[in-house]
Each structure stands twice: as structure tokens, then as C-alpha cells.
Design a protein around this ligand. Structure first.
Ligand SMILES: [Zn+2]
Length: 411
């Protein structure tokens, strides 16, 4: 038998034993809070097809473990960790045990990992791919977990969380800390922790007629791919367009639509990169719909809506009736969301099936650690029986309500 054929046969025989091999590069893109009505308006306003139009191939069910209407934390936990959980949980299961995140799993596979968002970096979506908290608004635990995660690249908002002590720890770990688009553009490799504004980044609708020193989502995504793709083992990248959701909560259509158009530009760019780099799986899905947006028939069709959204250069430029739309909720809704990407064979039907569908991963709870909890200068540590001293959040996960400790990664 010729050697290449023999090799092929051996590989075919071994494959069932190894299970599904994960792709080299994995890019998960989440346009937070985007329902199909927002997609329709974005297309009307663009006046041309969206990149998403030809990439969509399915629907995703979004409910959480304790509600038919998920919040962003439970949805992102499902997509990152592979199990439904309670609303408010960041990478914790319903028994309040921490779960292995997609980011930490990918690091353990030797891949480079990046987290990119237009929200604060501790927003529920980026956080569930990179950190842990029993409750989503525990910003200190979330950023300290991110700093301790070893994840290569974080880009987004939340600069107010970068205290001098945290910045020093990051510099000691070798991270660059760019504060604006120019500084980010100058970075060519290595670890990056770029927080460009307090809270969320400036909305795209507000950048339309004013200069802004913050990078855009496409700029952040391009830089992330440029840096992460230098790893020969491949990479995992989560890209969130966070503010379609923010606009929908505020019933502000231009805010949402300009965010979605920018997200869609990012989609076009990422799909083009993936086409040129085989063994890259791109999976795109909102975490839930927000606002219950509908588009009833209006006197002049969508004409006035299109004009008004195109003209807007600020938040709160009008009200639902000015755009000929209706919102049925100030909250998230429970409808299914679209599924898009470059690999239709990767076909999760629910958000909790993402890790299995992409990488053959099952949900994994993290191992509990034994030892003595001690407080020193207001800092909580675990002294382990083998003599290690682990700092809460940075080195290990400390669950305050139960007093239990867990390893950050699976052993
Ligand atoms: Zn959300």
C-alpha cells in the first residue's frame, strides 16, 4: 500500500476514537439584542444587502434555565460553557458551581484567545467567555478574573476598572495597555489589554459627525485577528457588538441600527478573512432579541424611517412613532434569534449547544480547591495544603456566599 493511502486509512480508523476535532480558528460573533426586525431596518437604511443576509442559515433558541426570556449573562454562559443557567450567572451553573469558559478551554488547547466588545469589558457577554461571577454586576471579581485568566487580548470599554494596582499587574504580566485607536494600531503582537473609555464605548450614531479617538468594532476585530493569528495553534476570538441591545432598551432605533451596520461591516471583514484561512469556523448569533421591535405598515412605507435613521447623529433623536416602528417591551424578549456563519454543518439549535457544535465540547464544572481562607490587608487568599497561596479572583475562583474555592481551569 502506498504510504499516503495507508496514512489516510489509519487516520480514518483513528478518527472515531478521537471524537470531533476542534477547528484551528474559532470566531464567535454576538450582536447583542438583535432581532430580525432590526436586521430589516438596517438593510433598508443601507439600501443594499447586508453581509449577514447570505450568511444566515438557521435559528437559535435562547431561553435560560429559569426563564423563557434570557438575560445576557445566562445566554453568554450557554454559548461559552455549554449549559443553560439562571439569569445573572456569569459562567456558573444552576448549582452555583463555576464552569470552564470557551476562553479558558481554548487557552488549555494552546490557542491564542481574544475578547472584543463595544461594551464594558466586564459586560455579561465578554465576561462569560473569560471570567466568573455568581452575579453579573460583580465588576471587581470579573475584571480580576480576566486579568488572572492569561487570555491574550481584551479590547473594549470599562477603563474605570483599571486601577493603578491592576494596571501594574497587567504590565508585569507583559500586557500592552493602549488607550486609543492610534495606540492600538501601533501594536503588532503580544498581549493586549485595551480599555478605551469608561463604561461602554461611544455609540456609532454619535461618532457620525464628531471625531472619536476610540477604535471601531471592525478596527478592534481586525487588530485582534492580526495578533491572535500569529499563534501556530490557532485562536479563539469572541466579538460582541453590544449596543444594538442598548439602543433597543432605550427604544432608540438609530442607535441600534448604526451599531448593527457597523457589526455587519465587521461580519463582512471576518468572513473574508475566514475564506482565505481554511479551518476557521465563524459562528454568529445574537444572545436574544431586545425591545420586541415590530415594523407595522406605515403611510409612506419605510421612507420616512430610512430618512430619519440616516439623518440621526445623536442618541434620542426621535421616538418610535417618528420611525414608524413599535417596541413591545423595554426588556429582552423570548423569540428565537438568527444563526449565521461560514460552516452550515455547525448547527446548534439552542445557545447551550454552541461548544458541542463548534468544538465537540461538553459543559465542564471546575474542580473545587481545599485549604484555609485568610484575609491579609483586605485581600482574600486561599492557603492550599500543598503550600500555595492563591489570591481570590486572580488566581482562583472564590464564591463568597458559600466560602468555596475553585480552580480557574480544568485540571
Ligand atoms: Zn444581551
Amino acid at each position: 500500500m502506498k504510504a499516503p493511502l495507508k496514512l489516510l486509512l489509519t487516520a480514518a480508523l483513528l478518527m472515531p476514537l478521537c471524537g470531533l476535532a476542534a477547528p484551528k480558528n474559532i470566531i464567535v460573533m454576538i450582536p447583542d439584542g438583535t432581532g430580525v426586525a432590526t436586521l430589516t431596518v438596517a438593510r433598508q437604511v443601507k439600501g443594499a444587502p447586508l453581509a449577514l443576509d447570505t450568511a444566515i442559515y438557521g435559528l437559535v433558541q435562547t431561553r435560560s434555565a429559569d426563564s423563557e426570556v434570557t438575560d445576557s449573562a445566562a445566554a453568554a454562559t450557554a454559548m461559552s460553557c455549554g449549559t443553560r443557567t439562571y439569569n445573572g450567572a456569569v459562567a456558573f451553573d444552576v448549582e452555583k458551581r463555576p464552569l470552564l469558559t470557551f476562553g479558558d478551554w481554548a487557552k488549555a488547547q494552546g490557542k491564542a484567545v481574544g475578547i472584543v466588545t463595544t461594551d464594558t469589558i466586564v459586560g455579561a457577554t465578554p465576561a462569560a467567555f473569560s471570567s466568573h461571577a455568581v452575579k453579573r454586576y460583580d465588576s471587581d471579581a470579573l475584571i480580576e478574573g480576566q486579568i488572572g485568566s492569561g487570555i491574550d487580548l481584551f479590547l473594549g470599554g470599562g477603563r474605570e476598572l483599571l486601577t493603578p494596582e491592576r494596571a501594574d499587574i497587567l504590565r508585569a504580566k507583559g500586557y500592552a495597555l493602549p488607550e486609543n485607536a492610534d495606540a492600538l494600531a501601533a501594536i503588532k503582537g503580544g498581549k493586549v489589554f485595551g480599555l478605551f473609555r469608561d463604561g461602554s464605548l461611544t455609540a456609532m450614531v454619535e461618532r457620525r459627525d464628531k471625531p472619536c479617538a476610540e477604535p471601531t468594532l471592525p478596527a478592534m476585530a481586525a487588530k485582534a485577528i492580526e495578533i491572535l493569528s500569529q499563534d501556530p495553534d490557532g485562536f479563539f476570538l469572541m466579538i460582541e457588538g453590544a449596543q444594538v441591545d442598548h439602543g433597543a432598551h432605550a427604544h432608540d432605533l438609530p442607535w441600534s441600527v448604526h451599531e448593527l451596520l457597523t457589526f455587519d461591516e465587521t461580519v463582512a471583514q471576518v468572513l473574508a478573512w475566514a475564506k482565505a484561512h481554511p479551518d476557521t469556523v465563524v459562528l454568529i448569533a445574537p444572545d436574544h432579541e431586545t425591545g420586541g421591535l415590530t415594523l407595522p405598515r406605515t403611510k409612506d412605507g419605510p421612507g420616512e424611517r430610512i430618512r430619519a435613521v440616516r439623518a440621526a447623529t445623536a442618541k434620542k433623536s426621535g421616538r418610535a412613532k417618528d420611525w414608524g416602528v413599535r417596541y413591545s417591551s423595554g426588556d429582552h424578549t423570548g423569540v428565537d434569534v438568527f444563526l449565521a456563519g461560514n460552516t452550515p454543518a455547525v448547527r446548534p439549535y439552542a445557545n447551550c449547544e454552541f461548544p458541542k457544535a463548534i468544538a465537540g465540547r461538553e459543559a465542564q464544572t471546575l474542580p473545587e480547591l481545599r485549604g484555609e481562607t485568610v484575609e491579609e490587608n483586605g485581600v482574600t487568599y486561599l492557603k492550599t495544603p500543598d503550600g500555595r497561596k492563591l489570591r481570590a479572583n486572580y488566581d482562583a475562583i472564590f464564591v463568597k456566599p458559600t466560602g468555596k474555592w475553585y480552580a480557574r481551569t480544568a485540571e
